[in-house]
Design a protein around this ligand. Structure first.
Ligand SMILES: [Zn+2]
Ligand SMILES: [Zn+2]
Length: 887
């Protein structure tokens, strides 16, 4: 027999001492890297790439935890499992961060120049990438670091250029003048999704436009009077009878005296303002469409820094809001401002810097979305892609059915430069995946690349295939694509998930993933969104230091269900830490109990005790439930089941029963079952709490004969499988009864505040379970501190005095009062209290008969005394009954 090592576990679990050691061990063993095995179906998650804008926040920690749970689980099930990590260059978001740093140094990107600025961006991005990788490692993320990707790496960049060129050649990418959202602070166009719409308390200004003939007027209403300068028509609804006579006439635009037509268009809402609306095609998307239909002129009145340009006449050079004031003053002076009403309306703000965006007509690159949306809709309605929770399917389809063209050019420097070259000789475009050296049309070398970059979400949309080698026909792309699960927050369903589906289908012809799993937001104790502004942000690294990684993971996923927001509270973090400690103590007991002569710990199936059969049955049932829950993405409930089994059944009951048996020396020893259940439970829990389970499993492994646990690490051991033959309903029934009996006695002790040193008597009627439960008399005595324990042959019911009777599921427990309290002393105490209460009742009665009191005291005082009398009388009655019971 192999000699077990002399070994003792430290008294307490110290996460900081073990976490980095195990992560390094896993990494060195290469466990995170899957082996491509054509005979097996792989499980693949491409990690949503965090932005290179700083550190990970608690939302990233949730993403990493959920994905790591899935990844570890599938890996333990023997599937080749790939979790590919990456980082996003984050276009505008990252550029804003570095621009702020430059501003602090008294610099800006223009002073620095494009080349130097991009160098600064790379320095920043590399630093962030390192931080993000380290933080993911601290979280225990078991991703394949050898395959880590950055959106600006050569591979993904080539994918971006290829996708662009393909779409351009198919006519799905075009350059055109459209109304875009312009952020003057960021000095770039934004897509519709990058604009936050906020309700603003503003004004509705009614302005008279004089007609060119018969001295009449037409009145329009606007929230942005400065845009009057860009009007090229006044429009009314063709069905609106009020304006019938006006149609075809001309108005004189105030402030600039331009002559504009009065036209009819179906889009005009007769209910808004006066029913006549100003048309400003260069600064409003609806008006832009009217102008396209009606052949109206476009007059752009803004410079890109949102000062007024030369088209604004005498207002040229003013800031947009100063211009508004100046125009209003002039209109007032000329008697053209009819009235001003308070008006709440929605105003677009840049979602990066919160500056009010300005809609303006601009020449930009767009993707024609409806043809791409069509196949993305079919992928979901046809069941090839499932969205969890299902309710987001409708949201997804609704968005795609109403999709608008996507503005993809950004006037930034940080990102993928648009692969288009303009020829100054023939004026034609060269669109090319590789760096163009000459115009493809005329051969001229006088070509210049478009200075703009692509929206950062363009490269994100290719992420599932660009990370696996597309457009090359790589082995990885063939094996790992389509990926299995796309796990991300529901807040980027449109930004990212929908676009990945469209581009995945477009580029590869196949779906990018089979399942979309959407998680909710992490909120604080009060359910508020965490934000720096509110100051309620929990920094994941701080919580790691304070509670340990496993506690944070436990807290994040403990109550999670698909698509719902979760609260991260200190109480949940503490619960996570307590759970780790509980497991530590239980394992320490098991490890400490393994004797050398017991080192061969085979379970003797035919000699099992009732509690052995019970815990093995419960383990099997829990395993089966947990597996089903995880298959259905119910990770929060699965974690709760594992926790409740380990804490509420294994630690609280089986370990306690085992201690009694070990003390009594009864054979067979409970050690084999203790080891079996603990070892399997640790594997069950491993995907959720990887560090503490590895530490405990290794401690157990060291104490066992070398052949017993052959694998080197819990993370590559098999995930437990339910054993149907271990299910034992009879053992569960009896053990549940025993637990219920002990529970009920403990509750009564607490209720009557019985001192823990005092033994109380328990009479038990156990019906048909009597013969089995009788053999647990010793256990009941020890765990409930009940002595003597007497077994009754008949049910006693509620009869009899001086007892507490507890009617349980299959049994009944009777506890004589005298065994809990000292009857003589209790009687004495009650008598004293009765006397005192009686005296008070007499005093109150006398007072309420006193005519002087009744006539002088205010009504509410008298009423108060009457109430007091009623409660005292009631108390007196209860005290008397209590005393009667004791006699
Ligand atoms: Zn901005
Ligand atoms: Zn040319």
């Amino acid at each position: 027999m192999a000699e077990a090592p002399k070994y003792e576990m430290p008294k307490a679990y110290e996460p900081a001492k073990v976490e980095q050691k195990w992560y390094k061990f896993w990494l060195e063993k290469g466990y995170f890297t899957p082996r491509i095995d054509p005979k097996k179906k792989p499980f693949v998650i491409i990690m949503p790439p965090p932005n290179v804008t700083g550190e990970l926040h608690v939302g990233h920690a949730l993403t990493a935890t959920l994905e790591d749970i899935m990844i570890r689980w599938h890996r333990m099930r023997g599937e080749p499992t790939l979790w590919l990590p990456g980082v996003d260059h984050a276009g505008i978001a990252a550029q804003v961060v570095v621009e702020q740093q430059l501003a602090e140094e008294g610099l800006d990107r223009h002073k620095l120049g494009r080349k130097k600025f991009i160098e600064r961006m790379w320095q920043w991005a590399s630093k962030c990438r390192r931080t993000i990788a380290e933080q993911h490692q601290r979280l225990g993320a078991s991703c394949d670091w050898g395959r880590e990707k950055f959106t600006l790496d050569e591979g993904p960049s080539k994918a971006v250029r290829t996708a662009f060129v393909n779409l351009y050649n198919k006519g799905l990418i075009y350059r055109g003048e459209r109304i875009i959202n312009w952020c003057p602070r960021c000095a770039t166009a934004l897509s519709d999704l990058e604009v936050d719409h906020k309700e603003i308390q503003g004004h509705l200004y009614y302005v008279k436009y004089p007609l060119t003939e018969d001295g009449g007027f037409i009145t329009v209403a606007t929230t942005r009077p400065e845009t009057i300068l860009g009007d090229t028509a006044v429009a009314v609804n063709p069905k609106d009878k009020r304006f019938k006579a006006m149609l075809g006439k001309k108005a004189i635009l105030p402030a600039v005296n331009r002559i504009i037509p009065i036209i009819a268009d179906d889009v005009v809402d007769p209910e808004f303002g006066t029913g006549a609306v100003k048309v400003t095609p260069a600064h409003d998307p609806v008006d832009f469409d009217i102008a396209q239909r009606q052949g109206l002129e476009l007059v752009n009145i803004l410079n890109l820094d949102v000062t007024m340009n030369e088209n604004a006449g005498k207002y040229a050079g003013l800031d947009r809001f100063d211009c508004r004031k100046a125009i209003l003053a002039d209109l007032e002076k000329d008697g053209l401002l009819v009235k001003v009403e308070p008006y709440t309306h929605s105003v677009g703000h840049c979602d990066r810097c919160q500056t009010i965006i300005e809609p303006l007509a601009s020449r930009q690159w767009f993707i024609k979305m409806p043809p791409l949306a069509k196949s993305a809709i079919e992928a979901v309605t046809g069941g090839r892609i499932a969205i969890i929770p299902e309710r987001f399917t409708k949201v997804y389809l609704n968005w795609l059915e109403n999709i608008r063209d996507w503005c993809i050019s950004r006037q930034l420097w940080w990102g993928h430069q648009i692969p288009v070259w303009y020829c100054s000789d023939c004026g034609k475009l060269t669109v090319s995946v590789d760096e163009a050296k000459a115009c493809v049309h005329c051969g001229s070398a006088k070509i210049e690349q478009d200075p703009d970059v692509l929206d950062t979400w363009f490269s994100s949309a290719l992420w599932t295939h660009s990370t696996l080698g597309w457009p090359d026909d790589s082995e990885e792309l063939r094996y790992f694509y389509p990926t299995t699960v796309m796990e991300t927050g529901y807040d980027i369903l449109f930004f990212w998930v929908a676009r990945m589906i469209m581009m995945g289908l477009e580029d590869t012809g196949g779906i990018p993933f089979h399942t979309v799993y959407l998680h909710g937001l992490v909120r604080d104790e009060k359910g508020e969104k965490m934000s720096k502004l509110r100051g309620n942000v929990l920094n994941p690294l701080d919580t790691l230091k304070q509670y340990g990684t496993d506690a944070l993971r436990f807290a994040l996923t403990g109550e999670i269900s698909p698509g719902n927001d979760i609260k991260l509270t200190n109480a949940r973090l503490e619960a996570g830490r307590n759970f780790a400690n509980k497991l530590w103590n239980a394992t320490r007991f098991v490890v400490g109990s393994i004797k050398q002569e017991e080192a061969d710990i085979r379970i003797q199936q035919d000699k099992l005790f009732l509690e052995d059969r019970w815990i093995l049955s419960r383990l099997s049932r829990t395993t089966s439930t947990v597996t089903k829950l995880m298959q259905n993405f119910q990770f929060g409930e699965a974690q709760r089941q594992i926790h409740d089994f380990l804490w509420g059944e294994f630690c609280d009951w089986y370990v306690e029963l085992a201690k009694i048996r070990l003390r009594s020396g009864e054979k067979p020893s409970p050690i084999p079952v203790l080891v079996r259940v603990l070892e399997a439970s640790l594997r069950l829990l491993h995907p959720y709490m990887p560090f503490v389970t590895e530490e405990l499993w290794q401690n157990l492994r060291q104490r066992l004969p070398s052949k017993w646990l052959k694998t080197e690490s819990i993370m590559v051991a098999n995930y437990p499988k339910a054993e149907a033959k271990a299910i034992d309903p009879e053992a569960e029934r009896v053990m549940e009864s025993i637990i219920e009996i002990i529970h009920s006695i403990r509750n009564v002790r607490a209720q009557y505040k019985v001192e823990s040193s005092r033994w109380i008597e328990a009479q038990i009627y156990a019906g048909e379970l009597k013969s089995t439960i009788t053999t647990y008399s010793e256990v009941i005595q020890t765990l409930a501190r009940a002595r003597p324990v007497i077994f009754l042959d008949t049910r006693k019911g509620q009869r009899g005095e001086n007892i507490v009777a507890l009617v349980l599921k299959e049994s009944e427990v009777i506890i004589p009062m005298a065994s809990m309290v000292d009857l003589g002393a209790e009687r004495k105490r009650l008598k004293k209290e009765i006397e005192e209460t009686r005296a008070e009742v007499a005093r109150l009665e006398a007072r309420l008969k006193d005519k002087a009191f009744l006539s002088k005291a205010p009504g509410e005082v008298v009423a108060g005394e009457r109430d007091k009398l009623a409660t005292r009388k009631d108390k007196l009655e209860r005290l008397k009954q209590g005393l009667e019971k004791l006699s």
